[in-house]
Design a protein around this ligand. Structure first.
Ligand SMILES: Cc1cc2nc3c(=O)[nH]c(=O)nc-3n(C[C@H](O)[C@H](O)[C@H](O)COP(=O)(O)OP(=O)(O)OC[C@H]3O[C@@H](n4cnc5c(N)ncnc54)[C@H](O)[C@@H]3O)c2cc1C
Length: 433
């Protein structure tokens, strides 16, 4: 039985009239929404501080610097009983994959309280089932966009390895492996010898690995965003460079306020990633959205060392073999959007990566990015309760690249007045309000 499921075909004649849709945020989620909406005959305008375009750095978007994996097997939420038990030790350990700016603790408490509530075994089972349903449709959500954007050359079908150093850590992973198996995630267990044969450049620190067979990765997420953006433009979509300050409905239309300018639309999609909270509040919605900051370090000389993305869950980052080098990307730092990057985080990623892949030498550029994260690891997708003409498409946390396509399809279904391909009640944007 294959993991991936197909989507119901779009009707030849959309049920509703073509709409003028403004999309706030041109990360991979906003771009994927734009392409699906264009497929259904709508006119799109994307608003972004720095839209993806030739010459634009685009480094502000999480979609720029992620670990590049289409993690179709990533149905386990971040909050789980096991993670919770390890949190205190992790927060005190300098080189830990989880860190916090302690001064942010009071502000973070409501988010953390929901995180704890989401971590019970019953909640983990429920959330895994919801994510499993989304992830089984995720590839079908991307496929037409990749085809229309001629982005297939950026897709590398190499699977992905999760590595475990000891019998104990592998035993501790069994519950997650069983949950993934329940969701039909394609996996093979490799022993140390099979890992050595598959990835000879890895230091032999592993005891066993899980190979995810139904995944692929994107060779360059910035190039991927550029390809999607170019297709949006080619199909008549427009990009407005500017900072959206608020969204406000009037009886006739919905306005996106951009400094001195106002953009009028019939529908607005809010896809501004980790910055969406303030904009949602301007509509009248309270989202329990925060950011899990993450980093990457590039190793320009490490391009050919690995065959597939490799991750030791205990270190919290992937090592993904891009053509431009090896990218070590991940870890979580709680501390909001305003604080500067902390070099100790990237130094740690670089040092650990060199231990795991001894052939790595000079580290090149590094990057700090902002995952848009809900406490229960489920995205917030659906109409605003305050104004149903505004659709939220935010909160994709660790798997926004993976879920971008299916999010676009769901948003398109909602704007067309069709039932989405799965029950989106658990994704209700204001579920924590
Ligand atoms: C280190 C790291 C590794 C990751 N690895 C993976 C992975 O391997 N696989 C995976 O699936 N996901 C991964 N992710 C998560 C993924 O990158 C994000 O979930 C995804 O990129 C979110 O996309 P987005 O479009 O919602 O937000 P973003 O990409 O952040 O885009 C939001 C856009 O909105 C714009 N914007 C914000 N506010 C405003 C405003 N007021 N006015 C105008 N424009 C605005 C920003 O400029 C930005 O371009 C990773 C993330 C990190 C940080």
């Amino acid at each position: 039985m294959t993991f991936h499921e197909s989507l119901p075909p779009l009707p030849l004649h959309p049920p509703g009239p073509p709409r003028r849709v403004a999309i706030v945020g041109a990360g991979v989620v906003g771009l994927s929404c734009a392409l699906w909406l264009q497929r259904c005959g709508h006119t799109v305008t994307l608003v972004d501080r720095e839209p993806p375009a030739a010459g634009a750095a685009y480094t502000g978007a999480a979609s720029f610097g992620n670990a590049c994996t289409m993690a179709f097997g990533a149905c386990i939420p971040v909050a789980s009983p096991g993670v919770l038990a390890r949190v205190p030790a992790m927060l005190l350990e300098r080189r830990s994959p989880l860190a916090i700016f302690w001064r942010d603790l009071p502000r973070l408490l409501p988010w953390l309280a929901e995180f704890v509530r989401a971590s019970t075994p019953a909640q983990v089972e429920r959330i895994t089932a919801v994510l499993g349903g989304l992830l089984r449709l995720a590839e079908a959500g991307h496929a037409p966009l990749i085809e229309a954007s001629r982005a297939d050359a950026l897709i590398r079908r190499a699977g992905c390895l999760y590595l475990y150093k000891t019998p104990r850590s592998f035993a501790a992973a069994q519950r997650e492996i069983a949950l993934r198996a329940r969701e039909r995630v394609g996996m093979e267990i490799l022993d140390a010898e099979a890992v050595r044969a598959a990835e000879p450049a890895l230091a032999p620190l592993y005891h066993k690995a899980v190979r995810f067979t139904d995944t692929y990765f994107v060779d360059d997420p910035r190039a991927y965003a550029l390809a999607l953006a170019e297709t949006v433009r080619r199909q008549g979509g427009t990009f407005v460079r500017g900072e959206a300050a608020g969204i406000a409905g009037t009886p006739e239309h919905v306005d996106v306020h951009l400094g001195t300018r106002v953009l009028q639309a019939e529908r607005v999609v809010l896809a501004a990633g980790a910055w969406s909270g303030r904009l949602a509040a301007s509509v009248g919605d309270r989202l329990r959205l925060d950011t899990e900051r993450g980093y990457h370090v590039m190793f320009p000389d490490g391009a050919g060392l690995l065959g597939a993305p490799c991750c030791y869950p205990e270190h919290g980052f992937y090592m993904t073999p891009l053509r431009s080098g090896l990218r070590a990307a991940g870890t979580v730092e709680l501390g909001g959007l305003g604080r500067p990057p902390r070099p100790v985080r990237t130094d740690t990623i670089a040092a650990v990566a060199r231990t795991l892949v001894p052939g790595l030498s000079r580290a090149g550029s590094d990057w700090l990015g902002f995952r848009p994260s809900m406490p229960d690891s489920l995205p917030a997708i659906g109409p605003s309760p305050a104004d149903a003409r505004v659709i939220h498409a935010v909160g994709h946390g660790h798997i926004g690249l993976t879920l971008a396509g299916i999010t676009g399809r769901i948003v398109c279904d909602l704007i067309d007045g069709r039932a989405p391909p799965l029950d989106i009640t658990p994704l209700r944007p204001t579920r924590f309000a």
